[in-house]
Design a protein around this ligand. Structure first.
Ligand code: CA
Ligand code: CA
Length: 388
């Protein structure tokens, strides 16, 4: 069963803390984060004569927003607006919802809006077109954004081998594969790659000092951080990147894994990931990684201003695999009790370590463990079975 998540925006205490970025095209005295501070006594205030302004929130990773809420009062409340997501190349705002004639906010100050959105966007905004009549300002007291959460359903395959989906979760403490480093070799880790080694060595991307120390590539053309991790058995969940200078931040990159340091498999990539600000932290999920490697390579193809590449801090966060679904025997009872129901929805595009699909069309069952006698067709109606 699917249901709406809680608010995915953290309780903001400034435009950039604790995470993500709140901003608005205009503001006066009360900046954007005050609409995201989970306090209904504070508000974002548009600029003077800025009734038609937009207020946005950038997540640290793309989200599929399916619902948003607003809290507003009086004639400074928005009357018509568009709810929009920013395209991956950061160029176009895509309209996901539009509202007109939203009046009477003092009587109903809290409103929920449900949207039919199947795409992941990192930034969303409320783009106000007009307010309820105040000549000078628009105020919004609260904005929340929610996604969809699915119960952990699973499928049982129809082949000889029973299988199930296991859901890959982030390790609860967000632990990293590379410990704190003070040299390129140590703690079972060997770092190598392209670096201006004297002032900006590789290990400075792993020294847990995000403010003063950085890795910098040695030229404009190539940049890679190679990490060898002795005896690694942990599966990567995401990578995190922080850059002190937005100009040197990676906008196009590949992330590889290898077991010998010679043959590399692509585990994740990004292109045109622009809009970096200084010291911003971005986290990129690696949803299809399903095994541990002893070598990883972060290769940066292009930085934001096409110059050299740098990272203040880089790391790989590993996954915990706590919700693995148990092996199920293919009995009629298990099928009826645990098989997927037609009306259920599973989001197969994200976060699954393994995918198993139910064949929707009639086909040969193969070597066939067919429970001819056990299937009670009053419970499960079989439309067509063919056996070869
Ligand atoms: Ca507020
Ligand atoms: Ca550092």
């Amino acid at each position: 069963m699917a249901y709406y998540s809680g608010n995915l925006i953290p309780k903001m205490t400034s435009n950039t803390t604790p995470s993500g970025v709140a901003s608005a095209t205009t503001y006066e005295a009360n900046p954007a984060w005050k609409a995201f501070d989970q306090d209904d006594s504070t508000y974002w205030q548009s600029g003077y004569y800025g009734q038609a302004s937009a207020i946005r929130y950038n997540f640290i990773s793309p989200q599929k927003i399916r619902k948003y809420t607003m809290t507003c009062y009086g004639n400074k409340a928005p009357k018509s607006w568009k709810f929009e997501g920013l395209s991956a190349d950061g160029v176009a705002w895509i309209m996901l919802d539009s509202q007109t004639g939203q009046i009477g906010w003092n009587a109903v100050p809290f409103r929920e809006f449900f949207i039919n959105n199947d795409n992941y966007y990192t930034a969303y905004r409320i783009n106000v077109i007009e307010n309820n009549g105040d000549t000078y300002y628009t105020y919004i007291y609260g904005i929340e954004m929610m996604g969809i959460v699915y119960d952990q359903k699973f499928l049982i395959s129809s082949g000889d081998e029973n299988d199930a989906i296991s859901v890959l979760n982030k390790a609860s403490s967000g632990e990293t594969l590379i410990p704190k480093m003070s040299a390129n070799i140590g703690n079972g880790i060997t770092l190598s790659g392209d670096s201006d080694n004297l002032t900006y060595p590789l290990w400075q991307a792993f020294d847990r000092n995000p403010t003063n120390t950085s890795w910098l590539s040695n030229n404009k053309e190539s940049a890679a951080i190679i990490m060898r991790i002795d005896g690694n058995d942990k599966i990567p969940y995401s990578i995190t990147v922080q850059c002190g200078s937005s100009n040197l931040a990676p906008v196009t990159w590949n992330f590889y894994g290898s077991n010998d340091g010679a043959t590399w498999s692509l585990l994740g990539s990004k292109s045109g990931d622009t809009g970096w600000t200084n010291f911003e932290v971005r986290e990129f999920l690696l949803p299809s990684v399903d095994e541990a490697n002893s070598y990883y390579k972060f290769e940066i193809i292009k930085s934001q201003n096409d110059d050299r590449k740098a990272c203040q801090e880089f790391n790989i966060i590993y996954a915990s695999d706590s919700s693995k679904v148990k092996y199920m025997k293919e009995t009629e009872r298990n099928f009826i009790s645990h098989g997927m129901e037609k009306s259920n929805t599973i989001d197969l595009s994200k976060m699954f370590k393994k995918k198993v699909y139910i064949e929707q069309n009639s086909k040969s069952i193969g070597s066939g463990k067919v429970y001819k006698k056990l299937i009670d067709t009053s419970k499960i109606s079989i439309k067509k079975v063919s056996i070869t």
